[in-house]
Design a protein around this ligand. Structure first.
Ligand SMILES: Cc1cc2nc3c(=O)[nH]c(=O)nc-3n(C[C@H](O)[C@H](O)[C@H](O)COP(=O)(O)OP(=O)(O)OC[C@H]3O[C@@H](n4cnc5c(N)ncnc54)[C@H](O)[C@@H]3O)c2cc1C
Length: 327
């Protein structure tokens, strides 16, 4: 068991955490990144990434995250292979985080970048065809289905937004929902029903993703929830849109969360109500959820944390000099 101290402790090693680390290291803050169970974050489970700026050709998600980590280490970040199991934010700086390994991490500032995992259906073929026809992100992968037939699974705002987004690329979008009405906001439903490119399959659950090992997804096996009848709907791409789960269990008693479990920050900033604690990336973002936006807010968190510490250091040095003069 060891205690690791740093001027900036970062929990999470996705694009948000690693971008924060790059900025913090370059500001001389000698950051520590605790990587968690998914070093590199969500992009490590995808293949083609075509929308991260700076690369003309399609790049691979795992490769991008290896490069990001190498860059963070190159400028002086310490990476820790550990998972945080509890945190103590209530007693102010230094903030304490306790690792699964038994190690303790103390940060003069804390950056939370624990992300949000897409919810999956958990049915056969989903993992097998993930990245080969099955996706949880239309903004990320819709472009790969230009002119093709796609389905979206879900009935809430996310599903309707994904279906509408996909009409930019396809004029054959089917929304599959297990009930006979949607939970999505009325305005979104109006837009969905007005779109000639979108049709709906009501009262259907997806039993299995169907395809060929070499060729990828070819369809989805559906079961009618009323009649029990099974049928295969042919498709080139399937977008699972049943929501996301932000990784905020650790913080729920110490920080304010919204109804979806995302950490609440001051609008337009990564600042939480606790001075010195910042949150960035998907863990604060139920709207954009992109690698580039996560990296952007990671950068903001590091810059704000650096300013916070500079102000604190200055205040401490002033108070010391006042004490010296009066003594
Ligand atoms: C299949 C798929 C494909 C995608 N494709 C694209 C794309 O093409 N383009 C794009 O821009 N975006 C894409 N995205 C979205 C993108 O991956 C996310 O927006 C981005 O990864 C969010 O970054 P983040 O750093 O906030 O969180 P994440 O990437 O989710 O990283 C969270 C990190 O926190 C760590 N963590 C969690 N809990 C703990 C803990 N208790 N202790 C320590 N560490 C912890 C995890 O191990 C992980 O390292 C895709 C997402 C998925 C799922």
């Amino acid at each position: 068991m060891a205690t690791h101290t740093t001027r900036m402790l970062i929990i999470g090693s996705g694009p948000a955490g690693l971008s924060a680390a790059i900025y913090a290291a370059r500001a001389g803050m000698e950051p520590i990144v605790v990587q968690g169970l998914q070093p590199g974050g969500q992009l490590t489970i995808t293949t083609d990434v075509e929308n991260y700026p700076g690369f003309r050709d399609v790049i691979q998600g795992p490769w991008l995250m290896e490069e990001m980590q190498a860059q963070a280490e190159h400028v002086g970040t310490r990476m820790m292979w550990d998972t945080i199991t509890s945190v103590d934010l209530e007693n102010g700086t230094p903030f304490k985080a306790y690792g699964d390994s038994g190690d303790v991490y103390e940060g003069a500032t804390l950056v939370i970048a624990t992300g949000a995992q897409a919810r999956w259906l958990g049915v056969e073929g989903e993992q097998e065809f993930s990245g080969k026809g099955v996706s949880a992100c239309a903004t990320c992968d819709g472009f790969f289905y230009r002119g093709k037939k796609v389905v979206v699974i879900g009935g809430g705002n996310t599903a309707v937004e994904e279906a509408l987004y996909l009409t930019n690329h396809s004029d054959d979008v089917t929304l599959i929902h297990r009930r006979d009405s949607l939970r999505a906001e009325k305005i979104l439903q109006d837009r969905l029903f007005a779109s000639p490119a979108i049709s709906t399959h009501w009262n259907k659950t997806v039993m299995r993703f169907v395809g060929e090992e070499s060729g990828g997804l070819t369809g989805v096996l559906l079961k009618d929830t009323q009649t029990g009848e099974e049928s295969v709907l042919a498709t080139d791409g399937a977008f699972v849109a049943i929501g996301h789960s932000p990784a905020t269990e650790l913080f729920k008693d110490q920080l304010d969360l919204d109804e979806g479990g995302y950490i609440l920050v001051q609008p337009g900033t990564p600042m939480t109500p606790i001075p010195g604690v910042f949150a960035c990336g998907d863990v604060i973002d139920h709207t954009y959820r992109q690698a580039v936006t996560a990296a952007g807010t990671g950068c903001m968190a590091a810059l704000d944390a650096e300013r916070f510490l500079a102000t604190l250091d200055f205040a401490r040095s002033e108070s010391r000099s006042v004490q010296t003069v009066s003594a």
